[in-house]
Design a protein around this ligand. Structure first.
Ligand code: XMP
Length: 521
């Protein structure tokens, strides 16, 4: 049945991804034609339709870097002070860049432990040294890991001057040598860097003032992750969550707005006058900042947020794997219905939709996109990776990691009670649980695997990517059916005496571990 007709027929039903099945369509192209590029907001384009959720067991700087390297974008959570969040955002932005112009430099009198501190905080092992320590001061030398990594504890007190290589011994490019018609040519610069056999190439003006700094590790990262999402300066993209309590939001925005690419106002119910006023205020004070509003599940809520000025909308209420909002409050919506109804409205305004929560396997991602979403937001599927915060434990011989709802008692104690609007209440009913998820290894392996599942599904549907889906939705050419209970059983693995792990992991099903009773609160 055509999608619009289908949802008219099931008006009043709250359908989930598992209730639906898309029908295959004619294919006249090869797998290579599939392109997963999409947008999370009007201006922010990503290379795969994946965002990581701003939850304190999911997205901090390490995961945000890993996900951006794979082509998605991470949203750093707000259960931390604004300055700490700003620091994490900076770590992502500084992780990989083409021309670093926003440089970290030291002066020759700095100590080796300053260098070690920068390495620990930002991961930089090569640091340019300027006469006054300022980022565009006169270049006097460079210190690399070879100059300090084997030093003893006592040597950390030595000055940079004692260990650095002076400028006369360095390969340095003058800006004119790597520019054409006044425009810097990154290819020429990279060739100079490679030919220098050095770990980094400082670029200076004619007077020897430092302008940029290119590093070999950036070049390697770029070459090994060609699909990474990056800004115009080749720095990774990163998002951050901001609370919807005005005083806190104001403080956080002032700490993070310079570096962050996109923010999400993170609340479980985004259809409120507070959120609308906050969006308007933010647009007025930070007009260049991309804002995602939410969470919402109805077209009228989307309309209100769009009218207030949001650039993207996050859809989902109570569909997350750790959510109890629907059970506690009797409110929310089946995620398939919510995504379809909201996307239909948002598409008219060119406002991207992020389908948030309830994604358990690659087919759910395809269904979310097929219903009109531009991208999905993942919680549990990423909390289980090595890059998510927290330790890996062994339970019954299986590697597991903690995953908790931002509405669980433990997470709310760290600040996220504001997400549920109950920060001032003396009695708080948790709207989320804590639990454990089976480890899925590194993002580097897991995301390409998941995306290959998405590619295979899109191919069978005769879809080349998000743009084609939207065209088909508009032209009334997407067809789906409701699955009967028997059809769900038939579509799942059945009739086997034994199922091997390998088969299950291809579905990314959390059935690898025996289901455990979640701990309420
Ligand atoms: P998944 O299914 O990917 O869902 O694990 C992640 C999304 O769930 C939302 N979230 C919550 N919802 N109570 C809720 O009702 C909670 O404690 C909670 N914590 C997170 C959030 O939208 C996230 O992206």
């Amino acid at each position: 049945m055509e999608i619009e007709e289908f949802f008219q027929k099931f008006e009043g039903a709250s359908l989930t991804y598992n209730d639906l099945i898309f029908l295959p369509s004619f294919i006249d192209f090869g797998h290579e034609a599939i392109n997963l590029k999409t947008k999370v907001s009007r201006e922010i384009e990503i290379n795969i339709p994946i965002c990581s959720s701003p939850m304190d067991t999911v997205t901090e700087d390490t995961l945000a870097i890993a996900i951006a390297l794979q082509g998605g974008i991470g949203f750093i959570h707000y259960n931390m002070p604004p300055l700490e969040q700003a620091k994490q955002i900076q770590k992502v932005k500084r992780f990989k860049s083409g021309f670093v112009s926003d440089l970290i430099t030291l002066d020759p009198s700095a100590k080796i432990w300053d260098v070690v501190g920068i390495r620990n905080d930002y991961g930089f092992t090569s640091i340019p040294i300027t006469d006054n320590g300022k980022s565009h001061g006169k270049l006097v030398g460079m210190i690399t890991k070879y100059d300090y990594s084997t030093l003893t504890q006592e040597d950390l007190d030595k000055t940079v001057l004692e260990r650095m290589r002076p400028v006369e011994q360095l390969s340095v490019a003058a800006i004119d040598e790597i520019s054409e018609n006044g425009i810097v040519d990154i290819k020429q610069a990279n060739t100079r860097l490679v030919d220098s056999h050095s770990t980094a190439l400082p670029v200076t003006d004619r007077e020897g003032h430092l302008l940029y700094f290119l590093t070999r590790s950036d070049l390697e990262k770029h070459m090994s992750c060609p699909h990474a999402t990056s800004d115009s300066s080749k720095r990774l993209l990163v998002g951050a969550a901001v609370e919807t309590w005005f005083e806190k939001a104001e403080e956080r925005l002032s700490a993070i707005h310079r570096d962050v690419d996109v923010i999400v106002f993170d609340t479980s119910q985004g259809y409120t006058s507070y959120v609308i006023d906050l969006v308007k205020w933010t647009k007025q004070h930070y007009p260049d900042l991309q804002i995602i509003g939410g969470n919402v599940v109805t077209p009228d809520a989307c309309q209100a947020l769009i009218d207030a000025g949001v650039d993207g909308i996050r859809v989902g209420m109570g569909s997350g794997s750790i959510c109890t909002t629907q059970e506690v409050g009797g409110v929310g919506r089946g995620q398939a219905t919510a995504v379809y109804q909201c996307s239909k409205l948002c598409q008219q305004y060119g406002v991207p939709v992020i389908a948030d929560g309830g994604i358990r396997k690659s087919s759910d991602i395809i269904k979310a996109l097929g219903l009109g979403a531009n991208a999905v937001m993942l919680g549990s599927l990423l909390a289980s990776t090595n890059e998510a915060p927290g330790q890996t434990h062994i339970r019954d011989g299986v590697k597991v990691k903690e995953y908790r709802g931002m509405g669980s008692m433990q997470a709310m104690a760290k600040g996220s009670s504001v997400r549920y609007g109950i920060q001032d209440e003396t009695i708080r009913v948790p709207e989320g649980v804590t639990g454990m998820v089976a480890s899925r290894g590194s993002v580097e392996e897991w995301i390409p695997f998941l995306m290959q599942g998405v590619r295979q599904g899109l191919y069978k549907l005769g879809l080349k990517g998000v743009e084609t889906i939207h065209e088909k939705l508009l032209s009334g050419d997407m067809h789906l059916e409701r699955r009967s209970e028997e059809a769900k059983r038939e579509g799942d693995i059945h009739g086997l005496y034994e199922v091997h792990m390998e088969a299950l992991s291809s579905l990314s099903a959390p059935r690898e571990t025996p289901p455990r009773q979640p701990q309420l609160n």
